[in-house]
Design a protein around this ligand. Structure first.
Ligand code: GLN
Length: 491
């Protein structure tokens, strides 16, 4: 029997356009799958069956009239820090537990315009600060490959949901790895577009110079389809870039001749788990077989400062962005206070979780008089050096291939008490945000039944080359076709 929830966007789209299935059937299959697995996965903060059914009916009409786009009638999930009109957008925080946005984010508007069926909103680390979803104020999401392990974060709900078939694609946000790391941990495809490629209007801001929205999908073709729909200039986000969006389907060719791929030595440290490096070595050999010329002597010497710079820049911006949650305009508001100051203090004390408070304190400190030059300004200088490393690499190669994370998914609870250990799990994703370049994570194999991801990094606004490499690799491998059995501990 055809299991509708296991289809990719393009497979389901073909069936829809040939009228072999309807969007309503597809949507019922997704809602049924959610009912079956959600008790164990806990990937969703909100399920929206009524909205989904309504949108599915509209999509079916649209398909009948011959006006379907590739995304028309396809079930989707939106990370719960992306505003959806009339539907709570919590950021998995007590602060916004009851916040109902009066408008849609631009990406949501675009997806609705393309005929999206939204089945729910996904769990995340509070305000997208974390790498495991354990910082969600509500609950922890489980990894579909092993439910004792984390799905990654902060878009862990989106990644787990797509891997488990609760929807065909999801949107996430990526400030330091939050799309790519969970995609790698759940063996799906995740793209952080170039900074400015996709509008951030309606994305609840964490660190505005790093945040970017992107797709999480089951294969590369789907990823290209979603980016095609959400990319482009938006007058409501002045950092979105007025550059034409190429036709990404042109990039999906299974041949890498003429491409030079660099392997930066700093991303393969001696102390990395040997099984992860051997998965990556195998993947690189495959890329060579497909025609790519691999250069092993590429160096990005300032990589070692990226994590330190990120943990100054991101908290600094967060401390400013989160100043708005004072209980006055929207969100949680402490009502029993004796005066205004106490009201604000208590609102923030009860509304924010520990990690968010840690970031606000770090950021406020780094920006404070007397420390600004020593920390923030210095971190910005380091940022320039990191960006320059990549610019120099682009003179020699078209793309870089690195691991998505240094380890396979870790156990729930393993790193919560040690923030620095948690921060280290983004060591290979953070430099990409710092430089503003695009990066895609694709499934590259398994270590003892646990997913390992490969990351392909590219020149600014050259997502097409990332799709080309990712697609060729995917067509030559089977990792993306292996689906999780939703089992308990593997080890
Ligand atoms: N894990 C990183 C952090 O906690 C990145 C999060 C993200 O990309 N949103 O800041």
């Amino acid at each position: 029997m055809l299991e509708l929830h296991t289809l990719t966007i393009h497979q389901a789209g073909d069936l829809l356009r040939r009228r072999e299935i309807t969007s309503s059937e597809l949507t019922e299959a997704a809602l049924k799958r959610i009912q079956e697995v959600e008790g164990r996965l806990r990937a969703l903060v909100t399920v929206t069956p009524e909205l989904a059914r309504h949108q599915a009916q509209e999509a079916d009409q649209r398909i009948k009239s011959g006006e379907a786009t590739p995304l028309t009638g396809i079930p989707a999930i939106i990370k719960d820090n992306i505003c959806t009109q009339g539907i709570t957008t919590t950021c998995s925080s007590r602060m916004l537990q009851n916040f109902i946005p009066p408008y849609d984010a631009t990406v949501v508007e675009k997806l609705k315009g393309a005929g999206m069926v939204m089945v729910g909103k996904s769990n995340l680390d509070e305000f997208a600060m974390g790498s495991s979803t354990e910082n969600s104020a509500f609950f922890v999401t489980a990894n579909p490959w092993d439910q004792d392990r984390v799905p990654g974060g902060s878009s862990g709900g989106s990644a787990a949901a797509v891997a488990a078939g609760e929807a065909m694609y999801a949107l996430g946000s990526d400030t330091g790895g939050s799309i790519r790391q969970p995609a790698g941990f759940c063996s799906i495809v995740g793209l952080k577009p170039t900074y400015g490629r996709v509008s951030r209007y309606g994305l609840v801001a964490f660190a505005s110079s790093l945040d970017q929205i992107g797709p999480l999908t089951r294969d590369v073709t789907d990823c290209a389809l979603v980016l095609q729909t959400i990319a482009g200039h938006d007058p409501r986000d002045s950092t979105s870039v007025p550059q034409p969006v190429p036709d990404y389907s042109q990039a999906l060719v299974p041949d890498l001749h003429g491409l030079r791929i660099g392997i930066p030595q700093e991303y393969y440290p001696g102390e990395m788990e040997p099984q992860v490096s051997s998965v990556l070595k195998g993947a690189i050999a495959k890329l060579e077989e497909l025609g790519a010329e691999v250069q092993w002597d590429v160096s990005l010497p300032h990589t070692r400062y990226a994590l330190a710079a990120y943990y100054i820049i991101a908290p600094s911006e967060a401390s400013a962005n989160l100043a708005r949650y004072d209980g006055v305009k929207y969100g949680y508001s402490y009502q029993e206070a004796e005066n205004m100051w106490q009201a604000m203090e208590k609102t923030r004390q009860y509304g924010f979780g520990a990690e968010v408070k840690r970031r606000i304190m770090l950021g406020t400190y780094a920006l404070s008089a007397g420390y600004y030059d020593a920390y923030y300004l210095k971190a910005q200088k380091v940022r320039t050096l990191i960006k320059r490393d990549f610019d120099q690499a682009w003179e020699r190669v078209h793309a870089l291939v690195v691991p998505t994370s240094p380890t396979p998914p870790f156990k729930i609870g393993e790193k919560v008490e040690e923030p620095l250990q948690m921060y280290l799990s983004d060591i290979f994703t953070i430099p990409v945000n710092i430089a503003g370049i695009p990066g895609i994570a694709v499934p590259a194999g398994f270590v003892k039944g646990l997913p390992v991801g490969m990351q392909i990094l590219g020149r600014p606004f050259d997502e097409a080359t990332l799709f080309r490499i990712a697609y060729a690799y995917q067509e030559a491998t089977e990792w993306h076709q292996t689906l999780p059995e939703l089992r308990d501990s593997a080890l």
